[in-house]
Design a protein. Sequence first.
Length: 202
Amino acid sequence: MALEPIRNYCDLLPVLNELSMHHIQNVTTQQEQIELDVLTGPSHPERAEEVTEELVKKVIQICKEHYDYVIVDVPSAFQSITYTALQEATTIYYPLTLDTMAIRVLKQTKTLLDRLQLTSNEKFQLILNRVQPKSEISEKDIKNIVSMEPAGKVREDFLGVQPLINMGLPFYTKKGKVSLTKQTVDINRFVQKNLVKKKKGK
């Protein structure tokens, strides 16, 4: 998104005991084209080690009270703060590419999350990523292999997306202008089906 954040969530540690939405907004960076508030991590890895489970929990809980949607991008490595974030999640969306190594990792991850009771009540959902007709493993194969119905899919479209990534441009703007790629069509369909309609139905 071509963001240049000045502050990050580590700057919230000194005010942890009195943390409020005002503090969080002071350290977020706004993506003005899509009106998205982004709370970034530290640029220096050693600072990330300072983050506590309490900070992660409080930030997510406060944000859920003030935003329509809160999206948390967790690292692939499973840590205590990852567990805390997943505990606070309403739904866990797991992106899966159609290859044997990714499926093997999914099964290991699912086993761990089952033990931690993080997959109950349809909380754990699959999103098939970079889907293409030439893949040796099909969408139908995935259903049979992992016994799960994917919540959505995003097709491969390197040529459509790469120019936007190179320029640091978002796929969608607040004025409703959409860069028409296979990914934006698929993501829009997924959001309408799994987020917007569910929220309206509450």
